[in-house]
Design a protein around this ligand. Structure first.
Ligand code: NAD
Length: 353
């Protein structure tokens, strides 16, 4: 397994490997770039088929965090960690505490948060061993309701406000009333996004792996339930991927009828070429790492003395960021994802004197 010559290495500052024989912990912490601040990113636990898969995932996710925080104008760098194992079988208090000690050894250059396979209680267990854990405080959330560190309400709100900027750009409308939206995934973020959209008068089509989530959305938001891959080909205005990555790919692209892609999922494009391919088809893509930054923004404010109003105002700037990206994209005749990457690089790459 190569590291320095790995296709996703991309000038990572540090890649730490950890093995703890007592608990069986096998983990990797990747720190992509700390030019703007300490590397903050989730700790994922996943039953990777092999070490190579785990390394690839952590490198890609870590790099993504650098870009996400830079575009969101946060004083944070990019990093991520992965624990190799099945969270349903291998997660124990001892293992989580060993992960906490591992994070502690990195000395604050990496700060962990929740990710898939880990929860706020898991992060709190790690915090028994290290102070370099975030998103775990009992506090008021962005919506004024009690929040136990869960970034999802802020993520959903950020996607909602950003999505409005995309609608304005592509359809010339300030209103979401009557907008036809397809949402794939009704989890922590997708469900909340559906609520925002319903309250704004949008008409919804939804799908999830869990029938009870779909049923709830049908009852609460008058949403129409769609099965499987039908979600891609609906004659809607906007498609919001809120489940997993790589959903915009060679199979789905020809199916899309939506004029806007704007959702919460990380790494929605199969690869960066799909940015231009969407543009060629006249579909406006709201770059995922710009749109879904609400959670990391909210975690940043938790770390610096929580102020719900300040956090909310910063999340709302996602709309301005996107409008600026769309404008530059049209001026420079470059796809929006590419423009967003360049804007991030202009912020985090150290200029040589
Ligand atoms: P979640 O696990 O709570 O929800 C995901 C939902 O998608 C689940 O209900 C699942 O059943 C459903 N799903 C999975 N595969 C599906 C499929 N093929 N078709 C339809 N539904 C499917 O996750 P979440 O926290 O809501 O995050 C959603 C996405 O947003 C993820 O890609 C995540 O990485 C990204 N994201 C989340 C946050 C956050 O604050 N939670 C922040 C940034 C990005």
């Amino acid at each position: 397994m190569s590291v320095f010559s790995h296709p996703d290495f991309d000038q990572h500052e540090n890649v730490h490997f950890c093995f703890d024989p007592e608990t069986g912990l096998k983990a990797i912490i990747a720190i992509h770039n700390t030019n703007l601040g300490p590397a903050l990113g989730g700790c994922r636990m996943y039953p990777y088929a092999n070490d190579e898969q785990a390394l690839r995932d952590v490198l890609r996710l870590s790099r993504g965090m650098t870009y996400k925080s830079a575009v969101a104008e946060l004083p944070l760098g990019g990093g991520k960690s992965v624990i190799i194992g099945d969270p349903r079988q291998h997660k124990t208090e001892h293992l989580l505490r060993a992960m906490g000690r591992f994070i502690d050894q990195v000395g604050g250059r990496y700060i962990a948060a929740e990710d898939s396979g880990t929860s706020v209680p898991d992060l709190r267990t790690m915090a028994l061993e290290t102070k370099h854990v975030s998103g775990i405080a009992d506090r008021q959330g962005i919506d004024g309701k009690p929040a136990q560190g869960d970034p999802s309400p802020a993520t959903a709100y950020g996607v909602f406000v950003g999505l409005k900027a995309a609608v304005k750009q592509q359809l010339g409308s300030d209103s979401l009333s009557g907008l036809k939206v397809a949402i794939q995934g009704l989890g922590n973020v997708g469900y909340r996004l559906a609520r925002h959209l319903h309250e704004a008068g949008a008409e919804l089509w939804v799908c999830d792996l869990y029938a009870e989530q779909e049923q709830r959305a049908a009852e609460e938001f008058n949403a129409t339930i769609v099965k499987g891959s039908d979600i891609f080909s609906l004659p809607v205005d906007l498609f919001a991927p809120c489940a997993m990555g790589a959903v915009i790919n060679a199979d789905t692209l020809p199916m899309l009828k939506a004029r806007i892609i704007a959702g919460a999922a990380n790494n929605q494009l199969w690869d960066e070429t799909f940015d231009a391919r969407l543009q060629e088809r006249g579909i406006l893509y709201a770059p995922d790492f710009v749109l879904n930054a609400g959670g990391i923004i909210d975690i940043h404010y938790e770390r610096s003395g929580y102020d719900a109003a300040k956090s909310r105002a910063h999340v709302e700037r996602i709309a301005d960021n996107l409008s600026a990206i769309f404008e530059r994209s049209s001026n420079e005749q470059k796809p929006p994802g590419d423009v967003a990457l360049r804007i991030a690089e202009e912020r985090f790459v150290l200029k040589t004197p």
